[in-house]
Design a protein around this ligand. Sequence first.
Ligand SMILES: [Zn+2]
Length: 156
Amino acid sequence: MPPAPQCPCSSGLRYRQCCAPYHRGEAEPPDAEHLMRSRYSAFALREVAYLWKTLHPDHPDRARPEAEALRELRASAAAHQYPGLVVMDRQAPDASGVARVLFFAKVFERGKDRSFVERSDFRHDGTGWRYVSGVGKLPRELPVPPESLTLATFPK
Ligand SMILES: [Zn+2]
């Protein structure tokens, strides 16, 4: 039997022991970082229903027709490769319930490097952690290599 595949979220764990239970709806990620990781691996594995489910009701895409949003997510996920993720920093929920994660998502499109750094905001909606919004930067817009950024040094 071949070894079970590694999880695309770069945790170093096997997929079945990492993001699979989240994608299958058997568990909710315990915090914003795990939710973020499971969304990256959902892009890699084209789990678009999960990407839709984990958008917070306040995310602007939630105002769109679901079928249309799913079609676009499917096309986008299929057109890209997701070779790895680096989570540089995270912040526990503040007084208003917003948790933050800073990450470097490696993404390629037909050999072109589309990797980006994002500071994402998440909120718990009563069921689980959900993605609210994010501020993205390209590596060339950053003062230091992506992996050495922190939430404090992320450009305003
Ligand atoms: Zn994972």
